[in-house]
Design a protein around this ligand. Structure first.
Ligand SMILES: [Zn+2]
Length: 273
């Protein structure tokens, strides 16, 4: 599920209003321990924030499941420039920073809180709210260079595998991948690059160079909730996460490029010529 730009603007307006409320308490943002965190050329800062968890241990176990899932899927498994953090808000602080909503996203976050994350990290990041009692997951359709919000409703998932795949799906949205699903939730995503084409001509332009190399990439009907649109693979984490084990070659290429610092891309290009 992803949110359109229109919804994003509505959210932004709400954030502005909340900005004038009284300040949130002080909070700490801590590097997540026991994981590799290279600060040089960091492109992927993930900040995990618990909501309604009964204990810190349960939250930490869940975060470990998600980090492990990143280590096991392409292209994240080959990235050395990711950093992971967590925030632990008191119940009172969480009550000030987060507000439940009937619309998307199901939880609104104070804009000054989000801005302070960038300030503290001196970089952009993805804020991931793990809602222990929620059952709705969603993410803004965003990009690697923008700060954006991911909400994971923990109750939605029947087991750890499903939970991890649901997270990867939403993370894909927050980095720019479109919903390849056939349902009405997927229809919230407009078609476009890199993985959903409104016409076959557009599909050929977007990923035609990857067809014919193995059997996976082609022009398959159904994407962004419309059976007439095209997607590049039959199964993908951006389609039905439970029935897929990876993002597929087209999405992996896009993510690899989006998460690789420009300086490294340039050097690779030089060494190829
Ligand atoms: Zn989706």
């Amino acid at each position: 599920m992803c949110r359109s730009i229109r919804r994003l603007k509505i959210g932004g307006f709400f954030f502005l209003i909340l900005l004038f409320y009284s300040g949130a308490g002080a909070y700490d943002i801590e590097p997540y321990t026991n994981v590799l965190a290279l600060k040089t050329n960091t492109r992927l800062n993930l900040v995990f924030c618990p909501l309604s968890y009964s204990g810190k241990k349960n939250f930490q176990e869940d975060v470990q499941v998600l980090i492990k899932s990143l280590r096991n899927v392409k292209p994240f498994n080959a990235l050395s420039n990711s950093s992971f953090y967590y925030i632990n808000l008191s119940k009172e602080e969480a009550g000030v920073v987060f507000k439940p909503s009937q619309d998307f996203p199901p939880i609104r976050v104070r804009k000054d809180f989000i801005n302070s994350l960038s300030f503290k990290l001196k970089s952009t990041c993805k804020l991931i709210i793990l809602d222990a009692q929620g059952s709705v997951s969603c993410a803004e359709l965003s990009s690697a260079d923008k700060l954006s919000l991911i909400t994971i409703g923990r109750n939605r998932y029947k087991n750890k595998d499903s939970f991890a795949k649901g997270f990867l799906h939403e993370l894909g949205h927050s980095l720019g991948l479109r919903d390849e699903g056939p349902n009405s939730e997927a229809a919230l995503c407009p078609p476009g690059p890199p993985n959903c084409a409104a016409t076959q001509e557009e599909a050929q332009r977007l990923w035609g160079d990857l067809t014919g190399k193995g059997e996976r990439v082609g022009y398959f009907n159904g994407c962004c909730g419309n059976k007439n649109y095209f997607r590049p693979t039959v199964a993908s984490l951006m389609n039905n996460p439970d029935e897929a084990s990876d993002f597929g070659p087209v999405n992996e290429r896009f993510l690899r490029k989006a998460l690789t610092p420009k300086s490294i891309l340039k050097n690779n290009k030089k060494s190829l010529t």
